[in-house]
Design a protein around this ligand. Structure first.
Ligand code: GTP
Ligand code: MG
Ligand code: NA
Length: 462
């Protein structure tokens, strides 16, 4: 995409909102996928990224003729709405150009909506409000994939009235949070007044409008930011232990180009690590990066993209920090200093992680990704739950993990347990656990993990 003498990159857009507002479903409706259905407990527990090419946007936004689209597409970041996952919401927000705040029209603003709005204000991030689930208005007539204005015109007087008062309620709530908003097609002052786009993620009303507004508002207000430059700007989203690929990191390439074979510097819990990119993978367009699938292999990749990087030494990479490319002839110390500095800019991640951690007596936590590990520990430490944590690790449970957890057998027996999320238990580790009396508790959602642990405690006291 070329605009004058500028080359534009894709707009990066982050989806935020309260639990079950319909963030993932909205993306499913855009992608024609079914990611939400496959999620454990119907909740999102990992940050994701999806590439939406411009040709596809043009096709879906066709009902709005005569609009000039300048950006080459969208990179959409999905986030979890559950309280304990504020780390991932904050991460998504800090790397996006524009945000989408999804509100359930039947519920209005909720706790995590308000939390997100406050952060967006703090960070001065532009956003669009999506008023989702319009199909739940009593008597709604489905108009699949129609522009919302047209769909509303098709409704009965009663539906129009219900829509009207629910919209007014949300506008008032947003006003109370310091934002002026209006239905996007009535919004004459979009630089000051935020847009509202009503949608249904089930029948697709308003989806053409949402895609269009993301593109139009971003290209109207942030041309400078969307200009492609040849300097790599790249943020680590997540660290994964993949059965076939080994440790991989999911990153968002915000600007510049990455090549297979590039030397990169990454912040890890054990200090900066310099490593070589062995493989650059992306999911296919309109597929979710966080869902394991068929990847495309690349020799080089141009921003903006969600990328899976295969490289050695990344097990303890810290999500939210920057990845820096080391050029031949670069002073390694310098780029390490640079990535160290990035890390400090990210609000002292190292300190954050040591704070997250642990006390002398507590359970051992093991998870597949760093983000989940953070979220689990956050949840365990929360006032209603109050389960102390003595240690944690990423990846499959090995003998050494069981040994560490078994230290509690002498101190506080009930804490001699490993709370395991989405990780394999190595056979030797399993044997050692049953011999020594360390309980391994597994579950597929953070909340069930705590329930199962509490049940275990109850049983062991009986
Ligand atoms: P978290 O990721 O857990 O924060 O939730 P989410 O915001 O991603 O919501 P999700 O996509 O999981 O949707 C929650 C529920 O609402 C699911 O049962 C969806 O089928 C339903 N839902 C989402 N959007 C709509 C909609 O537009 N209309 C109706 N009727 N149901 C919807
Ligand atoms: Mg979701
Ligand atoms: Na959900």
């Amino acid at each position: 995409a070329i605009e004058g003498d500028r080359v534009l990159r894709e707009t990066i857009c982050c989806i935020l909102g309260h639990v079950d507002a319909g963030k993932t479903k909205l993306l499913d409706c855009i992608r024609h996928t079914n990611v939400q259905k496959g999620e454990a407990g119907g909740i999102t527990q990992q940050i994701g990224a999806t590439y939406v090419p411009v040709e596809y946007i043009k096709e879906r936004a066709k009902p709005h003729e005569g609009v000039v689209i300048k950006v080459p597409g969208l990179l959409v970041i999905d986030t979890p709405g559950h309280e304990s996952f504020s780390n991932m919401r904050s991460r998504g927000m800090s790397l996006c150009d524009i945000a989408v705040v999804v509100v359930d029209i039947m519920h209005g603003l909720e706790k995590q909506t308000v939390e997100s709005l406050a952060l967006l204000k703090d960070r001065n991030v532009r956003f669009i409000v999506v008023l989702n689930k319009v199909d739940r208005l009593c008597g709604w007539k489905h108009c699949p994939d129609a522009p919302i204005k047209k769909a509303l015109e098709n409704q009965s007087g009663d539906v129009k009235r219900e829509f009207g008062w629910r919209l007014t309620k949300v506008v008032t709530q947003l006003k109370e949070n310091g934002f002026n908003t209006a239905l996007y097609y009535d919004n004459q002052k979009f630089r000051k007044v935020f847009d509202i786009v009503p949608t249904s993620a089930i029948s697709g009303e308003g989806i053409p409008d949402l895609l269009l507004m993301l593109v139009l508002r971003s290209q109207a207000t942030m041309m400078e930011k969307l200009t492609f430059v040849n300097t790599v700007e790249c943020t680590v989203l997540e660290v994964n232990d993949d059965k076939d690929l080994g440790t991989t990191i999911d990153v968002v390439l915000i600007n510049g180009v990455l090549h297979k074979g590039d030397q990169v510097n990454v912040c890890t819990k054990q200090g900066p690590v310099t490593t070589t990119i062995r493989d650059l993978l992306t999911p296919h367009p309109l597929k979710e990066l966080r869902v394991k699938g068929i990847y495309k292999h690349h020799k080089e990749l141009k921003a903006a993209q969600g990328v899976k990087i295969v490289a050695r030494g990344l097990k303890y990479a810290i999500p939210g920090t920057s990845l820096v490319v080391v050029k031949p002839g670069d002073d390694l110390g310098q780029s390490e200093a640079k990535s160290q500095r990035n890390e400090n800019e990210e609000g002292n991640v190292i300190q954050e992680i040591s704070r997250l951690k642990t006390c002398k007596e507590g359970v051992y936590v093991q998870a597949s990704t760093f983000g989940i590990l953070e979220a689990i520990i956050e949840h365990l430490n929360s006032p209603g739950v109050n389960v102390p944590v003595s240690g944690c690790n990423l990846g499959p449970i090995e003998k050494k993990d069981v040994m560490k957890a078994s230290a509690m057998l002498k101190r506080k027996e009930e804490y001699a347990a490993i709370l395991a999320f989405n990780v394999r238990v190595m056979p030797e580790a399993d044997v050692l656990a049953s011999e020594s009396g360390v309980k391994i508790v597994t579950a597929d959602t953070v909340y069930k993990l705590v329930d199962s642990f509490n049940e275990h405690i109850k049983r062991s006291k009986e």
